[in-house]
Structure formats: C-alpha cells, structure tokens
Design a protein around this ligand. Structure first.
Ligand SMILES: [Zn+2]
Ligand SMILES: [Zn+2]
Length: 279
C-alpha cells in the first residue's frame, strides 16, 4: 500500500516524459517497423500537440481532482453500497474506468460531432510514440476530464483508483503507438486479454472496416465481449485516413482547425474504388 501511494505521488507528467524519452530513443536506434516519410516534419507537428496535451492536462487534472473529491465526500456511486476488500476495489475500479473509456471511444466513432475531434488522432499517416499525443485539445478535455468523473460518479471510485489506472494505462498508450517490432506470439498470448501494440495498430488502419474496431485501451476483452474485435496482420496495415492524407492536412494548425471544417469520411467501398483507380 505504502509503495503504491509513493508511486502514485509521482507527478504523472514525469512518468509520461520518462516513457517518451525511452521510446523515442529506441525508435532512433532500433530497426523500426515502418518507414518514416518526412520524419522531422512529423515530429515537429506532433510535438505541438504534445505541448497542447500537457497544457490541457493541468486544467483537467485540477477539475477532475475537485469533482472526484466532491463525489466521494457525498458517497456517490455503486461501490458505496457494497463492502469489498481494497485490492478488489482497485482491480475492479481500473477495469471499470477502462470499460467506460471503451464505450466513450466507440461513441467517438459513431457520433459525427465527436468523430470531428477524434479523427485528429486517426489522421497520422506514420505511427510512432508521438502519435499518442496527436489528439485535439478539446478531445483531451472531453475524454480525460469528463470520462473519469463519470466513471467515478457511477461506480464510486476514488483518486487512488484513478491514479492506479493512469499508472497502468499510460505505458499501454505509449507502447501501443510506438514504431517498434513486436512478435506475433505476444498477440496470441498477452493479446487474449490485453491490448498489444500490434492489435491497437489495427485500429489505425485507413479502411473504416478496421478503424471502427478495437476500441479498448488496456483490456482487449471488451472488444471480444462486445463484438468489435477484428484482425489484420500488422505488416499489411496502411495508417491514417484517406481524407487527411494530403501533406497540407498533416500540420498542427490544419488539424487544430479541422473539427470545424467539413471533411467527408471515406467509406471502405470508396477506399477500394480509389485504390483501384490509382493503379
Ligand atoms: Zn479511435
Ligand atoms: Zn491510437
């Protein structure tokens, strides 16, 4: 318990920065899975998202802490109605935040207004560690802020559970986007329960048939349970969104404005037609 408290008292941003440094370095020295096109350009624009992400973080962290403390003081949520040992509350709490995140993510693909913000994350045509940060600042506020408060309100979760969730989910998020090779046995074992980097990359495939699948962050179990598990070998994946492929649409400023621009989503059928006509 003491160790857990100590771990959670480390500022989350430091953990994120440490992990990025490790994986950025590995991506430089190891043989990467996919080739980069215009790597410096890609990095500069994703770093701008990273800065916006950190600024957003400070804001939602304050709002989240205030809201969850208020909910806990008023003993709101299911866990206040039942007696459970602390370890079980923590395990269930982490799984339940992940479940709420799964449904929020799924809604972001279905509800056109949410997709306008979420598509920024999917727009990246080259995946690496920095892709994790490519999220519209409004989505960062919506997703991280409201989602955790909603989960805490429904289930009666506290800040310790939320801290543990971030401690576990952050390495998952960063690893899932990193441009490194991971063996397929990892998907066949660990990937039965957890989201592996190769499995999350299916979610970044251009073809909407695959983009609209694999919504889970930590537990791939949610996709298996709710029928959104689809598979494509990682070496066949083409990243990004066809409608954002143009270099001009890969800049921070364009993507920042993009939720307010009408960009028609290209369906699987249209993608096949476009691929055939370009041959
Ligand atoms: Zn998505
Ligand atoms: Zn992703």
């Amino acid at each position: 318990m003491e160790t857990l408290n100590k771990l959670l008292s480390i500022e989350l941003n430091y953990i994120i920065i440490g992990l990025i440094e490790v994986f950025y370095t590995l991506e430089q020295v190891l043989n990467t899975q996919f080739k980069y096109s215009k790597r410096p350009h890609h990095l500069v624009h994703n770093i701008l998202f990273q800065i916006a992400f950190f600024i957003g973080n400070f804001f939602w962290a304050a709002v989240t802490v205030f809201s969850i403390e208020w909910l806990n003081q008023h003993q709101i949520g299911l866990f206040y109605l039942i007696q459970l040992p602390l370890w079980l509350k923590l395990v269930l709490g982490v799984a339940l935040i992940d479940l709420v995140s799964y449904w929020f993510h799924r809604m972001s693909h279905r509800v056109p207004l949410l997709w306008r913000f979420h598509r920024v994350h999917h727009s990246d045509t080259t995946m690496d560690t920095s892709t994790y940060f490519r999220a519209h600042p409004i989505e960062v506020l919506l997703w991280f802020g409201t989602l955790n408060i909603i989960a805490a309100g429904i289930f009666g979760l506290d800040l310790l559970t939320l801290g543990l969730y971030f401690l576990i989910s952050t390495p998952f998020f960063i690893l899932e986007h990193t441009n490194l090779r991971f063996p397929s046995w990892l998907d066949k074992s660990f990937g039965l329960i957890f989201t592996t980097p190769n499995l999350h990359k299916v979610h970044h495939e251009q073809d909407q048939h695959y983009t609209d699948s694999k919504y889970a962050d930590i537990f791939i179990l949610w996709d298996r349970l709710f029928g959104t598990y689809k598979y494509k070998p990682v070496e066949q994946i083409k990243f990004g969104l066809k409608e954002f492929e143009d270099a001009k649409k890969q800049t921070f400023w364009y993507l920042f404005k993009s939720p307010f621009i009408n960009v028609t989503r290209i369906s699987s059928d249209e993608l096949v037609k476009a691929e055939k006509s370009s041959l």
